[in-house]
Design a binder for this molecule. Sequence first.
Ligand code: EPZ
Length: 457
Amino acid sequence: MNTLLSASVSAAALDRTTDVGPEVLAIRGGRPLTGRVDVKGAKNLATKAMVAALLGETESVLRDVPDISDVHVVRSLLEVHGVGVDDDGDGVLRLDPRGAVSAHMEEIDTHAGASRIPILFCGPLLHLLGQAFIPDLGGCRIGDRPINFHLDALRKFGAVVEKLPSGIRLSAPGGLRGADIELPYPSVGATEQVLLTAVRARGTTELRNAAIEPEIMDLIAVLQKMGAIISYEPNRVIFIEGVDSLSGYDHRCIFDRNEAASWASAALATDGDIFVAGAKQQEMLTFLNVFRKVGGSFDIAEDGIRFRRGGALKPVTVETDVHPGFMTDWQQPLIVALTQAQGTSVVHETVYENRLGFTDALVQMGADIVVHPHGLDGPYRRVGRRELEQAAVVTGPTPLHGADIVVPDLRGGYSHVIAALTADGESIVRNIGIIRRGYAQFLDKLTALGADFDVIG
Ligand code: EPZ
């Protein structure tokens, strides 16, 4: 890209250091986690709502923004594009897109970090500037994470997509027009891509086989506040009528279901008792059913949910799926608890092709887990899903012992820490910085719950 950085690009965007923090913990297990954690806004909504601010002609305010590195990455990317981002404290961000400019490819690459969110900048930047450069994406290594659904949709809106060695360059010579799109799979990211592009395209967009996760519905609420016209029909159909302009929004993020479910599973695994402030029943119905079947007990309060064991843990068969099914992000922490259940559980992972690799470390700690890379046939298999499926067969209870482990990805990493807190003896857990991508104040929360650990690197 040959445009110069505008003078308005804040210095902070250029030298914002990537998240630096502790990387190695010495964890002594065997103590139940008990106490309260406060869960803020959802990582998988806040980052998208920040991108949506690019579409507005006035300032946006986003509340309950979690202090996590995925948010920091998106903030830096917005600032590199000249968007003013101010942190009012207590999770309130003010985003002013009125100074938005093109940015150097190198700067974008520098700030994209290990996030997948940059791909969602396409539509808003094309509307705003007529062009965009998106670096090759990062994100957790839980599969090859293609973006074909995204690029196919953008081409249908009229975008020209050019593959470069370090990413993709897009342009929209004739502007963007409404499209008729059917997703091959209810992809969360591709649905967000269509929403963020269609709201300002000329004409109407029909999106079929859309993702309908609560975070998607919250993004639709954000866009509606900005002036978008989006109707959500039965059977995963969404209609978007393009409008000529959008204003800023004032929005409080939906709570982070994935973090809430993670702490709930931690209570099961360590025989603890955790009150997750901010958790809401409505968005966690499927998780709560499984939690109860495993032997968990929960109390729904006005301001959160209390999770604890209700007795001996029982084995279950779970199949991950799109909403309203059991989220793929929930299976890793749950599997740690299943290692302590009395019997054999099966977890079918149908969303990602390599999201059970984290179980290697659990086996190293004494768990009895067999991963079937191509799924299971026979009595365990519940319902045929996509051709893509992995299965983990977990037999318990097995005592876990400390080990020296390296965190592989965000949710797997969280699970490794919980396993170490469940195990007898001391574990060394490395590369924990990756956990900061999705769990705000992670070490403070562990301390508040009585975890016994030291930062050693
Ligand atoms: C979002 O990822 C979340 N990340 C994931 O959470 C979550 O696990 C996932 O949705 C499913 O709920 C964010 O929102 C930042 P997808 P996304 O597009 O959008 C395939 C976490 O831990 N696919 O719904 O990338 C893809 O490979 C993270 O918080 C294509 O084939 O998920 C996968 O198999 C992990 N082509 C499946 O669809 C495409 O163009 C679902 O992916 C896009 C996706």
